[in-house]
Ligand binder design. Structure first.
Ligand SMILES: O=C(O)CCC(=O)C(=O)O
Length: 344
């Protein structure tokens, strides 16, 4: 699959000197130390604050089947039709101006998020935390979001036709809540939105190999979750070029190209954006935060399987909000975010 991108992926991923040239050409600021496209060469690495020796607590489910409100659904229908990034940004600024202030500081990471739509956090969590999270998630049942009739199954028994096996009760995994309220992430989200972010959902899923054709989000697309939102991804398995890496078109979050609400072909994206394609290979524990209004996909895995978690932060509640509400504390993050997953 990577081969289909030819040099476009390779420059970004392996071509450190060319990467630096590109930074200079774009002229916005100096490149951070290292290759900013690689998850294992840190731009903004700091020690993880998650205590690696703790046991992963299972949080109690207080409510299930929570639905978005009617105003949320109505607003969704409107905002998804507003396509131009500049107009979306203007409306988002207005909404942020009447929302509670967040906790944020100017930083190179925030500048990078504005400019490129993505910031990487290599080794965001320790190997021990990866193991604990993986074990906790493996204990939970999965379902196929595109074939709900298959019901629930274990990660060891995933039906052969399933591309993506979601873990419905992922919000119950205590350690994920510590990660969701990590100050580095909340700081970026508040700075990006200009106000206190909503933590809208915590999701986890396996991406499976063994299929010939890309399906749904394995094709390029823009997300329309909200007028302004970010997704924070953490890999819980090593992800090489054949294991279904996440792929992102850097800078496409502010571009007026390919704004249609539909899946896009690789050829269309290559033609419109040339080589600005980041193929996010990395190790278990690596993470990145991304404005997925920018063009992206989870590439169809050719081998193995990928486990990842995704946190959605948004300016407003989305129609995709977590249907599960759990008992748990926000670790003093109540000034920094509004959680739709906790009982408030
Ligand atoms: O699985 C991935 O890497 C991509 C997920 C995706 O496309 C999405 O969350 O919108």
């Amino acid at each position: 699959m990577v081969g289909e991108w030819g040099n476009s992926v390779r420059w970004c991923y392996r071509g450190r000197p060319r990467c630096h040239r590109r930074w200079r050409r774009c002229g916005k600021r100096r490149a951070p130390a290292g290759n900013h496209c690689r998850l294992n060469e840190p731009a903004y690495q700091r020690p993880s604050r998650v205590n690696s020796m703790r046991t992963v607590a299972q949080l109690q489910v207080l409510r299930e089947g929570v639905k978005p409100t009617i105003p949320t659904r109505a607003w969704h229908r409107i905002q998804e039709r507003i396509r131009h990034p500049a107009l979306r940004r203007g409306i988002a600024r207005f909404i942020a101006s009447v929302r509670p202030r967040g906790v944020s500081s100017a930083s190179p990471a925030l500048n990078e998020l504005f400019a490129r739509g993505i910031v990487t956090f290599p080794k965001f969590i320790s190997d021990e935390s990866v193991l604990e999270l993986r074990d906790a998630l493996k204990a939970l049942p999965c379902f196929d979001p595109w074939a709900k009739e298959l019901g629930e199954f274990s990660h060891e028994n995933i039906p052969s036709r399933t591309h993506v096996a979601q873990i419905r009760l992922a919000p119950c995994v205590g350690l994920l809540h510590d990660l969701a309220s990590d100050p580095r992430i909340l700081d970026l989200a508040a700075g990006y939105f200009g106000c206190r972010p909503y933590l809208d959902s915590i999701q986890a899923w396996w991406s499976l190999s063994g299929h010939d054709q890309a399906e749904e989000a394995e094709n390029f697309h823009r997300d329309n979750d909200s007028i302004r939102f970010l997704k924070f991804f953490i890999y819980l398995t090593d992800v090489g070029e054949v294991n279904g890496p996440h792929v992102y078109v850097a800078g496409s979050h502010t571009s007026g190209k390919l704004l249609e609400r539909r899946r896009l072909t690789d050829e269309e994206v290559r033609e419109a954006f040339g080589s600005d394609v980041l193929c996010m290979t990395g190790r278990a524990g690596d993470a990145f935060i991304e404005d997925t209004y920018g063009i992206h996909k989870g590439q169809l895995p050719m081998a193995g399987r990928r486990l990842l978690v995704q946190f959605r932060y948004s300016l407003t509640e989305t129609i995709f909000r977590s249907p599960v509400i759990v008992a748990g504390s926000l670790q003093n993050a109540t000034d920094a975010m509004i959680s739709l997953i906790h009982d408030r």
